[in-house]
Design a protein around this ligand. Sequence first.
Ligand code: GUN
Length: 296
Amino acid sequence: MSAERIDGKAYAAGLRQRLAAAVPAFERATGRVPGLAVVLVGEDPASAVYVRSKGKATVEAGMASFEHKLPADTSEADLLALVDQLNRDATVDGILVQLPLPRQIDEQRVIAAIDPDKDVDGFHVANAGRLAVGQPGFVPCTPLGCLMLLQDRLGDLSGMEAVVIGRSNIVGKPMAQLLLGANCTVTIAHSRTRDLPAVVRRADIVVAAVGRPEMVKGDWLKPGAVVIDVGINRVPAAEEGKTRLVGDVDYASAAEVASAITPVPGGVGPMTIAVLLRNTLVAAFRRAGLAAPEGL
Ligand code: GUN
């Protein structure tokens, strides 16, 4: 093992402290604290856990959390009516509708209904477009968290070769846009890419976001590469009946070759909620016509 572990948990804790420290100035200027509304439709246990931890983290940062739990058989019209109400609510700066949604609801229609200036998930096409053309907007939390970890580790990324594995709208595509914005030479690889190991071997920076357990092997990497593992895959553990979490990167072999790598868990995962709170605070400052604090 030679690679340094990139401690996303520690970075996220520091970011959350900086956010909490910025809340009082907002409150003095506006008479209220930033507010995040989280909407959960149905009883998916994993989603319920995420929503609970988002609410807890929001309150810990000194912001207001508004949780809306709707039954699994909620109609699209009823959900759109709630989104409309949250769009108009001046105490709500950020709106997050937890995905996936039940089958009877069209996710794209719901995302399109969210005020782009409250879209702290960065999923609205207006925010995808702003990111693509370099205008201020909101960037999806996971890729923005990955960029923060990379810049913290490497400083200026200009001229570096970056390979993003995965082309989802939530991670791969916005990650590629962020790296391009940071002056990397960016390749997006995916399931149809020919000779993926050869493509990955070019990279100074590898971001793996494919959802395939331990797919990226150490001998795919250029020595000294920095590896960001976005994967969260539950696989059977050695002990009968137990499971364990692994990333999209085979940590043991990759750590022999990389200079730095995020672990799973404890790498990218903790960044997502911290960046959600960051986006909410930034939304609040922008909506109030105030300059958002630097360094967030
Ligand atoms: N479901 C899993 N991750 C996310 C996320 O980041 N945002 C939303 N809205 N739903 C999710």
